[in-house]
Design a protein around this ligand. Structure first.
Ligand code: FAD
Ligand code: NAD
Length: 405
């Protein structure tokens, strides 16, 4: 009897969680499990602001996929997914094809640039290991170049961050910890450095607790960040950005570095494969399958799940991606065993913690507000928990964060 073949695309939070749970739930003789990922490593997307600012080396935010999967049960294929052929049940890779009986799409997000001119060409993103180390290197290059030029160009030392969502704020927290070190290393007067955060909404961290937002803003301002609120980035150029407040005429801010942290969308593979989607995210059924395709699950940043309390989609987070992975694994195990009534996914929101640099943070955890050291310790607990859920205590010892004070 032929075993059903389960193919999981993406070894991020959602895909790896599905894989490690499936290898627990299913015996070797029950299914063939194949995990496909672009790189041979997993990276903690939620730690990329640290790698991007250069406060944590990129090797600390990644680990080998083969270290956490059971090679007797899971075949790992390193490859880049181009498209999914739903009708023929095939995944098209850059160099090959894989057929499937059941598919899990967990390919994560991509930056959403909303068609704003110049962003793709000139702005840096906090998206993966490649983009993060490029950004880190670029910032360092600007500092290193400053004192080598006869005519000093202060705009080399201006860094603009587009978006004061969680990614922008977490990056600013790390960046403002790194800048004094860069100034020291490259003999630069710290007063010459400018860090500007441009946010289109009327507030930083729109929708988050106002008291905690106020705490974050004052901490970051103290560390030198200038916030331009209610101001949108309209264009990015090789020299900086154009911004506008409301209907005002756009004005230029010259900057050596522009970081775009103002939005994410689902992976472009989703649209290339002809799924009905909103910004690359597919509204999945309650059991996480794609309506009309009983053999395809979509989880993580490529999926859209409605929070019925407010009738709006849940924000794409690692927390929800991991919980979806657990649910998808249980549902796949049920399907393989011939069951047809699948579990409905229910998001259990444990809260949100936003880092403001290594020893500072804000958060709401189990409904309780936290700031400063207690929030920062909680952030490390959350980071270590994600490692534990995928790779157990061994992975926590290898990659965990223990420097709490
Ligand atoms: P990911 O974890 O991003 O994984 C996608 C995987 O797919 C990657 O391994 C990638 O290499 C692979 N891949 C992509 N394209 C292809 C392809 N074509 N072929 C093959 N493989 C491919 N969420 C929280 O809950 N808490 C936080 O504190 C938090 N902090 C964040 C901090 C930052 C700086 C950022 C950017 C995001 C943060 N998020 C946080 C959001 C969270 O990281 C994402 O929602 C989460 O990573 C989504 O998980 P995923 O499994 O969908 O994708
Ligand atoms: P986001 O969409 O949450 O925030 C983007 C911000 O950019 C918004 O505040 C928006 O108003 C602003 N913006 C949009 N267009 C703009 C423009 N033209 N000019 C200036 N500002 C503009 O994106 P994100 O911060 O990257 O977060 C993505 C997802 O990842 C979210 O679901 C978030 O919850 C999650 N995340 C969570 C954490 C955490 O829990 N600590 C950290 C990072 C990201």
């Amino acid at each position: 009897l032929r075993k059903p073949k389960i193919v999981i695309l993406g070894a991020g939070y959602g895909g790896l969680m599905t894989t490690v749970r499936l290898q627990k739930h299913l015996g070797i003789n029950e299914a063939d499990i194949v995990l496909v990922n672009k790189n041979d490593y997993h990276y903690e997307t939620t730690w990329l602001h640290e790698a991007s600012a250069g406060t944590l080396h990129h090797d600390k935010v990644r680990y080998d996929i083969l270290d956490v999967i059971d090679r007797n049960k899971v075949e790992f294929v390193q490859g880049t997914v181009q498209q999914i052929n739903k009708e023929e049940k095939k995944v098209i890779l850059e160099n090959g094809e894989i057929d499937y009986d059941y598919l899990v799409i967990a390919l994560g997000g991509e930056p959403e640039t909303f068609g704003i001119k110049g962003l793709k060409e000139y702005a840096f993103g906090i998206t993966n290991v490649n983009s993060s180390r490029l950004l880190r290197e670029h910032i360092e290059y600007q500092f290193a170049t400053y004192n080598t030029e006869e005519e000093k160009n202060d705009t080399r030392l201006t860094i603009v961050v587009g978006g004061a969502g969680f990614t922008g704020i977490e990056f600013l927290g790390e960046l403002t910890n790194r800048i004094p070190k860069l100034c020291h290393e490259y003999d630069i007067d710290p007063h010459k450095v400018k860090v500007i955060c441009v946010e289109a909404a009327p507030t930083v961290l729109p929708g988050f607790d106002p008291e905690l937002v106020q705490y974050a803003v004052s901490q970051l301002e103290r560390k030198g960040v200038e916030f331009l609120i209610g101001t949108a980035i309209k264009e990015c150029t090789p020299d900086g950005i154009l911004v506008a407040k409301g209907e005002e005429e756009p004005r230029e801010i010259k900057a050596g570095t522009v970081v775009w942290a103002a939005g994410v969308r689902g992976n472009s593979v989703i649209e290339k494969s002809g799924f009905e989607a909103m910004r690359g995210r597919v509204k999945v059924a309650k059991d996480l399958r794609v309506p009309g395709f009983d053999d395809i699950f979509i989880i993580g940043d490529c999926s859209l799940v409605i929070n019925e309390e407010i009738n709006r989609p849940y924000p794409p987070t690692a927390q929800i991606a991991m919980q979806q992975g657990e649910c998808a694994a249980r549902n796949l195990a049920a399907l393989v065993r011939g069951k047809s009534d699948l579990e409905e996914f229910k998001f259990d929101n444990k809260g949100t913690v936003c880092s403001l640099g290594e020893h500072d943070a804000i958060g709401v955890v189990f409904g309780k507000k936290l700031t400063g050291t207690s929030a920062s310790i909680m952030k490390k607990v959350v980071d270590n928990r994600a490692l534990y859920m995928i790779g157990g205590a061994g992975l926590v010892l290898k990659k965990g964060k223990f420097n709490v004070f």
